[in-house]
Ligand binder design. Structure first.
Ligand SMILES: [Fe+2]
Length: 246
């Protein structure tokens, strides 16, 4: 009996992903608040395969003093999981990038010419504090774009500083910030208001990527509920860019 059979019973068909590529997760082991071991990572990868994913771009946090990850350290863990995938004959492609927290450390890296981990068409995944928009947000976006990067804001629906009005989302989107929503937001997993804004972003066709933001097994269990929501079906009519990353 497989993992999902145990959760949902053998007779219940599990839902599968409408995209083949996930580009936001914390599945690489021992780097941040995600997976704590290679075994946990491999269990998560197996479950992602069962959900229909063919490629995972895993994105550990790089954030101030909390998560001082480097491209070298991240690639080292990627190689460990790639070897495991080959040894276990699993049919999935693994890659890595990072979820960059916009702080002074990020600006320093950018200014010093430190390598920034990107994926696909020079996409870079960014996040901010949930409570406060960085004072230099627009400047960072302008400079990133001027340097050829395409910034993707992770889970815009989760930032409380955007809740004062939907026009704040629109203003950001009009600046060329791409939006990646978390699938679990469709269930109200984070909050009712995050769910409401996720649905509005879908209605307004302001979603470029979808991601699991998987840190642990609990996120994949909720994903099953997300895949059965009405708005998950609506998502499939959008021009999602996930599978351009295959
Ligand atoms: Fe994340």
């Amino acid at each position: 009996m497989g993992f999902w059979d145990k959760i949902f019973g053998e007779k219940n068909q599990i839902s599968t992903s409408c995209v083949k590529v996930d580009m936001h997760s914390h599945i690489l082991p021992n780097l941040d608040d995600g997976s704590d071991s290679v075994e946990e990572s491999m269990a998560l990868i197996q479950q992602m395969i069962d959900l229909g994913y063919e490629k995972l771009i895993m994105t550990p946090h790089i954030m101030g003093d909390f998560y001082k990850n480097t491209p070298e350290g991240i690639r080292e863990k990627l190689q460990i999981l790639r070897k495991e995938v080959i040894d276990r004959k699993l049919d999935i492609t693994l890659d890595c990038a990072s979820e960059y927290y916009l702080d002074e450390g990020f600006v320093d890296k950018f200014e010093n010419g430190t390598e920034l981990l990107t994926f696909g068409d020079n996409y870079i995944l960014i996040e901010t504090s949930y409570m406060n928009r960085p004072h230099n947000f627009n400047d960072i976006i302008f400079r990133l774009k001027s340097s050829g990067y395409k910034p993707i804001l992770a889970h815009p629906e989760r930032y409380t500083y955007l809740y004062q009005g939907f026009e704040l989302f629109e203003e950001m989107y009009d600046r060329g910030v791409l939006f990646q929503i978390n699938l679990n937001s469709l269930t109200g997993y984070y909050s009712g208001i995050a769910k409401k804004y996720t649905e509005k972003l879908i209605d307004k066709k302001m979603v470029d990527f979808i991601g699991t933001d998987c840190h642990a097994e609990k996120h994949l269990r909720t994903l099953q509920k997300a895949m059965n929501t009405k708005y998950y079906k609506k998502l499939q009519d959008l021009n999602l860019l996930n599978d351009s990353l295959l």
